[in-house]
Design a binder for this molecule. Sequence first.
Ligand code: CUA
Length: 295
Amino acid sequence: MFVLAITAAIFLVVAGLLLYALIRYRHRNLETYNEPPQIYGSNQIELAWTVIPLLIVVMLFLTASRVILATQDATKPKDAVDVVVVGHQFWWEFRYPKLGVVTANELHIPISDPKHPTPTYLELSSADMDHSFWVPRLAGKTDLIPNRVNTMWIDPETPGLYLGQCAEYCGAQHAKMLLRVYAESPADFAAWITQQQKPAVEDPRVAEGREVFLHNACVNCHTISGTMANGRFGPDLTHLASRDMIAGGAFPNNAFYLKKWVDNPDSLKPGALMPPMHLNEHDLDAITAYLTTLH
Ligand code: CUA
């Protein structure tokens, strides 16, 4: 309001003088037209229009600096949620270090009550190249840059699904590096965390699919907790079936798309870094059945 008051006053003075000059001195009659007296150099005027704006700018600078410093000094509430965000071609890795949860593409956070703030603090970096975390309804863009950690925080007060998107060109499938942020009530968030902390479901009915998974290259890139699969290159699949979408938010998470994806990711997302698995139809069905049980 202080900055607005100063700039509004300047606007009124300038616009007022301009209007006055336009009306008072407008050109009425060509016959009587005379060039107005020309003034060359005036220490008083020049000094005034140098010193006054200088003082105004210094005042605005000091005011803005104070607000910026106060914002940066704001203490992190003790109930803040910490999430490490790692950008990958072309998906998002979300790690909750204090809660022991790892997931991908779908970030779950608690809503923040102003009386009892629980903002989510994000530490953003990248595994390969520049990405940008952008959920327009929550905050501005923040870049994810290799070998550098950027930070930001978000604190939505209304529960719901907030859609976002990678906002820095990062390769062939940059456009399908989508983001979903689920802001939930504290109870729902706690329930989600409890569920994600559990080891992977071991359903005996899909034991064959699990064997196919564990005996293929899948384990080099994906983690399924409680099994020997502990790769970090691709998304953690421990609770894959609890997510709404696959392929960086590009396709719904159902058996049809999962099978297509495992068979040949390129058919859905040309340029995706996961190689085709070259499995036969029987193994494909078995592995798909296994993946759909990972709630
Ligand atoms: Cu990641 Cu664009």
